[in-house]
Design a protein around this ligand. Structure first.
Ligand code: AMP
Ligand code: FE
Ligand code: FE
Ligand code: ZN
Length: 282
């Protein structure tokens, strides 16, 4: 069994439609894949239909933007009721804040002589998708300024860049409470990654665990051996489910489906806790 519980479609910053993502997951030999777009469940319908046709297991999920003291925290939510108002309000607030935040980043870059406009960014965003820095990266690539998204982040878009602007996002403890109240299972994504600026304090992860968080993503490309060990230590101290996943973004990142995976017993523990919506068996 190969189980990958973190993947993005073009409903956020992945490059494949939800249906294409399901086909890619099957080609990659996955038995179960989770669709976890940033701040949206818009892909759930198309992914469900495609997964059913392909006979691949689908866990419907999301990656919720959270923030504490200006630091970005990514929270995976699985199998929650997508109509739960408290959660919907927060993800819509983040999606809305991302619009003005993008305007501000583009304005800063244009003021510095970088030939970029909001229209050029929009050209890389699927209708209704969650807008993010990767789309701005795509516009910089199209303008010939950088060869790929990774270079765009390195040269222009990283958190310490003068062009970086943050956006409103729910507090991570509140995020955990909302996912749980919606019948879902909350798992902190890549908590100790350094690629999005400073890594999280163990204290914050513990606070999230105390608020009802079920799991921690330990095995992830952005974690070295030291970060994996730290995640496993927190997991055993707080009885958290341990997951591993690719964080696939299509051609937007080097991450390949199945490069990290989750054990069947960890998936079973997630399914057992979820009461929001059913998972779709293979
Ligand atoms: P945002 O949510 O708009 O602040 O953008 C953060 C997103 O950028 C994350 O979800 C990552 O998928 C993506 N990202 C961060 N660093 C890189 C990178 N070096 N290459 C490609 N994508 C990246
Ligand atoms: Fe992303
Ligand atoms: Fe993330
Ligand atoms: Zn992700």
């Amino acid at each position: 069994m190969t189980i990958d519980l973190h993947a993005h479609s073009a409903e956020s910053d992945g490059t494949e439609s939800p249906a294409e993502l399901m086909a890619s997951a099957q080609r990659a030999g996955l038995d179960v894949v989770a669709l976890t777009d940033h701040d949206t469940t818009r892909g759930w319908g198309a992914a469900t239909e495609a997964a059913g046709g392909l006979g691949i297991g689908l866990v419907r999920g999301i990656e919720i933007s959270c923030s504490r003291d200006g630091r970005s925290v990514h929270l995976l939510g699985y199998l929650f009721d997508p109509t739960y108002a408290g959660l919907l309000t927060e993800i819509e607030a983040a999606r809305h804040a991302r619009l003005t935040r993008m305007d501000a980043m583009v304005e800063r870059m244009a003021a510095d002589g970088i030939p970029i406009t909001i229209e050029k960014v929009r050209a890389h965003v699927a209708a209704g998708a969650t807008l993010g820095r990767p789309h701005l990266a795509d516009a910089l690539v199209a303008a010939g300024l950088v060869p790929d998204r990774a270079a765009a982040f390195r040269d222009y878009l990283h958190d310490e860049s003068p062009y970086y602007v943050s956006h409103y996002a729910v507090d991570p403890v509140r995020g955990v409470e909302l996912v749980t109240a919606a019948g879902g299972v909350a798992v902190v994504a890549h908590p100790f990654t350094r690629s999005l600026g400073r890594s999280l304090d163990v204290d914050l992860v513990e606070e999230m665990a105390a608020a009802g968080m079920a799991g921690i993503e330990a095995n992830h490309r952005d974690h070295g051996p030291e970060e994996v060990a730290r995640a496993l230590a927190v997991a055993s101290a707080h009885d958290l489910i341990v997951t591993g996943s690719s964080d696939y973004h299509g051609t937007g990142k080097p991450n390949r489906l199945g490069e990290n995976s989750t054990t069947p017993s960890a998936l079973a523990a997630i399914l057992e806790r979820a009461t929001g919506v059913d998972h779709l068996p293979a």
